[in-house]
Design a protein around this ligand. Structure first.
Ligand code: BG6
Length: 525
């Protein structure tokens, strides 16, 4: 079943929403300094996102990017590399030559190692020169897009060079300074605390933007709108009506050349600590009193704190780990994880994880949250499924229908972004026969415009000084505290059966048996 289209389909150029954005959301002129600018993230995500903001006229006049990295590139070479990146990865093809020309005039490059004090003196000079030539008023965003091992050096050097500034700028002496920190933010509680401490030595908390690109996804932001701008769902959003919640983030790719990184990370660190915990906190949090950075993040932290800790001895009960074996996904052959480049032949790193969490508060008492994420699964699919309790008494017992499916509200984060509600309906026939049907909302059909890339929204928000969609210090540390104890348990009880699922299947058999012991099953996606 599909709802009829009531509103006319909007295009990018006629969309009043975008017009409104343009008037209200143009940040002050500023320079973005990207540390690690020769890396993949810059050409795949950051510069294409900035280019797209330029295309939509959302960048301030004079906006500039200063790439900072070791390779001895010239400004010109940096511009060429970025153009190539945009041609390959921008969601808007082909490149608009006029927009690119004016955007690329603001791209600059500075070669330096990350721990060379001279490099940061040159950085200061380069920033002051751009300020003079392009009127960027001393406003800066520093972006840490290097491997995390370089973070501490860069943060300390920024501090020593006197470049840390303040969140609002000093009167008469230039503007604000902010810093964006890419994931992974630490690898356990101790390292995350250490990174927070290093940041706090140089910056104030309101200058720090810890990025989680899932928060920039339209469908993720829509969780709050769906819950708190509609009267009908919130009364049902609790233990009285909900049986359990499943959050799935499945990927059909393997580790794709990132074996060395993945060996150190694993799915729990790579996907659960950040992205899946963000989904969980948005779905489970209490309504905030206002839609601002403090109120929203206060509620997110509160719900994370209410999650019952899993002690190292309980990992077998609350978690399942997996690692993929060779297999095929949609006709594509994938080698086993242990044969990927950079991966050890007896690796114990997990490429799949299933987790049961219990939230000890009034809203969620007795409602388990099942989370699962993995690589080399049959499909790329991220969704949150809210499964409601069955009816207390079933009238239609003597019917041809053997099984009545429960009501499920599925928030489809990606792909095929949308929301559907599953319910039972009577099939047209002289007897009572039931079948599950779906009421469906799809972003594509309802709005007719491409959703922006996550990084577009987040980079813009940072330039505007809005940290609502970035993670706060206490949020990161609370998430790590929960997961660190699981990691400790996994060390104590190493997996005996890796690899334990074939690429192209829905994870290890144990994950299905485990949820079945609770009388439930994973949703078929
Ligand atoms: C990244 C992980 O943070 O998120 C990757 O490091 C993962 O391993 C990616 O593939 C998934 O992001 P998305 O936006 O494709 O769901």
């Amino acid at each position: 079943m599909t709802f009829p289209q009531e509103e006319p389909i909007m295009t990018l150029s006629t969309n009043p929403l975008r017009e409104g954005l343009r008037q209200h959301l143009t940040p002050e002129p500023c320079i973005m300094v990207i540390f690690g600018a020769t890396g993949d993230l810059t050409r795949r995500k950051l510069v294409p996102a900035l280019y797209h903001l330029a295309l939509e006229n959302l960048l301030p006049s004079g906006f500039s990017v200063l790439g900072f990295a070791r390779r001895p590139w010239s400004h010109e070479h940096f511009r060429e590399q970025m153009q190539e990146g945009v041609s390959q990865f921008s969601r808007n093809q082909p490149i608009n030559p006029k927009v690119w020309e004016s955007f690329s005039e603001g791209l600059f490059y500075l070669a330096s190692s990350f721990d060379d004090a001279d490099g940061y003196r040159n950085l200061r000079e380069a920033l002051e020169k751009i300020d003079r030539e392009r009127d960027t008023n001393g406003n800066r965003v520093f972006y840490l897009a290097t491997p995390p091992s370089a973070y501490a050096k860069i943060i300390a050097q920024i501090g020593q060079a006197g470049l840390a500034g303040t969140s609002s700028g000093r009167h008469g002496r230039g503007g604000w300074t902010r810093i964006i920190v890419e994931k992974p933010f630490g690898r356990d509680l101790v390292t995350a605390q250490e990174l927070n401490r290093q940041l706090a030595e140089v910056f104030q908390e309101d200058q720090i933007y810890r990025i989680d690109h899932y928060l920039g996804k339209e469908t993720v932001q829509n969780i709050l709108v769906f819950r708190f701008a509609n009267g009908i769902f919130e009364p049902l959003w609790n233990r009285r009506y909900i049986d359990h919640i499943q959050i799935t983030a499945s990927e059909s790719i393997g580790v794709e050349g990132r074996g060395t990184y993945y060996e150190e990370a694993g799915t729990l660190r790579d996907m659960v600590q950040n992205h899946i915990f963000q989904l969980l906190s948005l779905v489970a949090m209490e309504p905030p009193a206002a839609f601002d950075a403090t109120a929203v993040r206060d509620e997110k932290v509160k719900v994370l704190r209410a999650i019952r800790p899993i002690s190292p001895d309980e990992v077998e009960e609350y978690t399942v780990r997996g690692q993929y074996d060779a297999g095929s996904i949609s006709g594509r052959l994938l080698p086993r994880y242990r044969e990927e480049r950079g991966v050890s032949a007896d690796s114990l790193t997990e490429t799949f994880v299933a987790l049961k969490l219990v939230i000890d508060n009034w809203r969620w008492a007795g409602v388990p949250f099942y989370l699962r994420s993995g690589k080399a699964l049959p499909k790329r699919n991220t969704e949150i499924a809210i499964q409601f309790k069955s009816v207390p008494h079933m009238l239609f017992t003597n019917t041809a229908t053997s099984r009545v499916e429960p009501n499920i509200l599925a928030l489809r984060i990606q792909p095929n972004e949308g929301i559907s509600l599953k319910f039972s309906a009577k099939m047209p026939s002289p007897t009572v026969q039931m079948q599950s049907v779906n009421m469906d909302f799809g972003y594509g059909t309802s709005f007719g415009i491409d959703p922006p890339e996550a990084y577009e929204r987040l980079l813009l928000d940072c330039m505007l000084g809005d940290s609502t969609l970035f993670t706060r210090r206490d949020e990161v540390e609370t998430a790590w505290a929960l997961l660190t104890s699981i990691l400790e348990g996994w060390q104590l009880y190493p997996p005996q059966d890796f690899p334990n699922y074939e690429a192209g299947t829905w994870g290890p058999k144990a994950a299905h048996e485990w949820i079945a012991r609770d009388g439930r099953r994973w949703r078929r996606l």
